[in-house]
Design a protein around this ligand. Structure first.
Ligand SMILES: [Zn+2]
Length: 282
């Protein structure tokens, strides 16, 4: 939700603002917003992330950051909860947990996460997507709106979903890594449902830090259903992209993280665990 600000400022501040606008080539609104958010410590183009995709692949599932801490760094994002207990969706400052069969509930501020990515979402670019037949088509449409292969991008999509295939991770058994733990995920579909896809596009070079490519979670408009996106057929989508150029990672100080072997390439494991339904794994 954007607000309009009308206020009086001195000529010297106005001149300095114009100078800054000319220097950055941004609009005056954008320039002002950046200056105000950095003065207020709001980190306008920052991603705040807990742990890394490499650690998640290795089975480092112990929660280390509280939901209330995540909320102090962003109002929009995704992740999971302690011991891989469901999918996290953060939207408009509220944090939700989607569990078995996609049933959602608001997360308690005291709950913890072993892996999450949040930002203060603001659209830098918008695009209307009339129709997509599957997730590949959706990704293609979004690709054409991305300005670079090398920055992180927050992605928010609102619209009507004719069919949406989702999963929710279920609690991991002890000793399981990500591929083993998601082999017993809950999978479900919803039809003709309004809602929002919340997530990020991350560069290939960052694959040991975050899931490369698109990682999207869904929450229905009535906030009662959600999960991690596997496939989609939709129309009348409004896509909003937020360009992220500042990445903050909170490295867990848990024993499991400190002693995990994070030098392996997580690509294959992430492709199986984050993109495949159990049907496609066979
Ligand atoms: Zn996910």
């Amino acid at each position: 939700m954007q607000k309009q600000l009308n206020c009086r400022i001195s000529e010297s501040i106005w001149n300095a603002l114009q100078k800054e606008r000319d220097r950055t080539g941004d609009s005056m609104s954008h320039t002002l917003e950046n200056i105000i958010s950095s003065a207020l410590g709001l980190d306008h183009h920052s991603i705040f992330q807990v742990s890394t995709s490499g650690a998640l692949v290795q089975g480092v599932f112990q929660g280390c950051t509280r939901v209330s801490d995540l909320k102090s760094h962003g109002d929009f994002g995704l992740g999971t909860f302690d011991n891989l207990d469901g999918e996290m969706v953060m939207l408009d400052g509220h944090c939700y947990q989607a569990g078995v069969n996609g049933i959602t509930r608001e997360a308690n501020d005291e709950w913890t996460t072993p892996f999450a990515t949040v930002t203060r979402f603001q659209a830098d670019q918008t695009k209307q997507i009339p129709i997509v037949g599957n997730i590949g088509e959706l990704e293609q449409q979004l690709d054409s709106a991305r300005p670079s292969e090398n920055i992180f991008i927050g992605v928010r999509l609102e619209g009507f979903f004719e069919k949406i295939d989702l999963r929710a991770a279920c609690k991991a058994n002890s000793g399981e890594d990500l591929v083993a733990a998601t082999a017993h995920q809950s999978e479900f579909s919803f039809e003709n449902i309004e809602g929002t896809l919340v997530g990020f596009w991350s560069p290939e070079y960052a694959k040991t830090l975050n899931v490369p490519g698109y990682h999207l979670h869904f929450i229905s408009r009535d906030l009662s259903k959600g999960g991690h996106l596997l496939n989609v057929r939709a129309r009348d989508l409004s896509a909003m992209l937020h360009f992220e150029t500042d990445l903050h990672i909170a490295i867990p100080e848990t024993e499991a993280f400190l002693h995990a072997d994070l030098n392996t390439d997580p690509t294959d494991a992430l492709n199986i665990a984050e993109k495949a339904s159990s049907e496609n794994r066979k």
